[in-house]
Design a protein around this ligand. Sequence first.
Ligand SMILES: Nc1nc2c(c(=O)[nH]1)N[C@H]1C(S)=C(S)[C@@H](COP(=O)(O)OP(=O)(O)OC[C@H]3O[C@@H](n4cnc5c(N)ncnc54)[C@H](O)[C@@H]3O)O[C@H]1N2
Ligand code: MOO
Length: 390
Amino acid sequence: MIPVAEALDRLFALVRPLEAEDVALTDCAGRVLARTVNARRTQPPFAASAMDGYAVVGDQVAPGAKFTVIGEAAAGHAFDGVVAVGQAVRIFTGAPIPSGASHVVIQEDVERTGDTITLNDNLDSGSNIRPAGGDFVEGAELTGPRRLSPAHIALAAAMNLPKLPVTRRPIVAIMATGNELVMPGETPKDDQIIASNNFGLKALLESRGAEVRMLPIARDTHEALRLGFDLARGADLVVTIGGASVGDHDLVAPVAADLGMETSFYKIAMRPGKPLMAGKLGDMAMVGLPGNPVSALVCGQIFLCPLIDVMLGLPAAAAPRLTARLAAPLTANGPREHYMRARVEAGEITAYDNQDSSLLGILADANALLVRPVRDPAQDIGATVEYIAI
Ligand SMILES: Nc1nc2c(c(=O)[nH]1)N[C@H]1C(S)=C(S)[C@@H](COP(=O)(O)OP(=O)(O)OC[C@H]3O[C@@H](n4cnc5c(N)ncnc54)[C@H](O)[C@@H]3O)O[C@H]1N2
Ligand code: MOO
């Protein structure tokens, strides 16, 4: 059994950042910007009004001052002339500030009679002018690699970048294995159950930016598993679920070995997730997850998500850890790092009493994995512990 951190490092060594592709902004949600891009224009490109009101010469602004309105400036319709002392231009939010003007008096602070405006006593402070380039200037950087948020996509649009270079989505083939499994909606025999964790993993990895191919469930035979690996060909990563342990029907490792897998590791000091395996099958990285639903999904969070990040060109990093105080005591931990299903509420964390790795109900209720170091002694209420938000 190797430590979790070493397993993660060995996994990182199995993959590399994938190539970039140009994608229209409308399709960039959830994608990773592959490299730094530069603004193709300045925003705002001109000094612009931040409010609806009247553009005037700034040092004329005082209670009771009068101005003659000589024209109008709206967003998309600039005023061509020049504003002189005693003159005002009716202006709307987003419109270019006319030459000569240096202040916008908001319309609430003005009495208008015909073409004359008179300023009120309680004038709003500030010029209400957004300077040219106040947001960004031509050439400004949107740095990559980075995962694109909705705000980054809007920023790229404002920079006049209709397409962005994003990293190709890693293709992940997921193969559930087991004679006992049928698909949701099918009618299981008395000794069968419904396949579940492959669906959870698909959702998890897609939310991280992968393109997932769900392979048919492979029965516990050499032929079925070989066929499954064959169907996975062309993927960047093949993930098997189940058949990883030491039972007579746990055939994933022997079949992968027959197919020429170069094993990186098998078995890790982690609970749940002990029988995790990894290696390289031709050009594909291969990860064999334990079949227990919680084990598979926790390993997905701890190993597969960071692996997807590396393929997307993001830094190689373990899931970030936060800290909270224990709301209930914990008994001593054993020889495996324990990722306990837990709930964090108002800065306090409570691990569930039942940590059996088959319990999807508890995993679905949990919002954290409380991380117990190897051989961590018993902990009292109030002790500070580390957790990973899920
Ligand atoms: N003698 C030993 N037995 C076991 C050991 C051990 O060290 N010695 N390790 C245990 C641990 S820890 C784990 S974890 C499991 C992992 O076993 P496998 O990876 O071989 O998984 P299976 O036996 O195929 O399945 C385990 C369990 O999960 C269910 N399963 C499998 N796939 C799915 C799926 N896609 N959706 C829902 N449920 C699934 C399966 O029916 C079993 O109940 O081994 C322990 N045993
Ligand atoms: O390690 Mo297993 O994954 O405890 O259930």
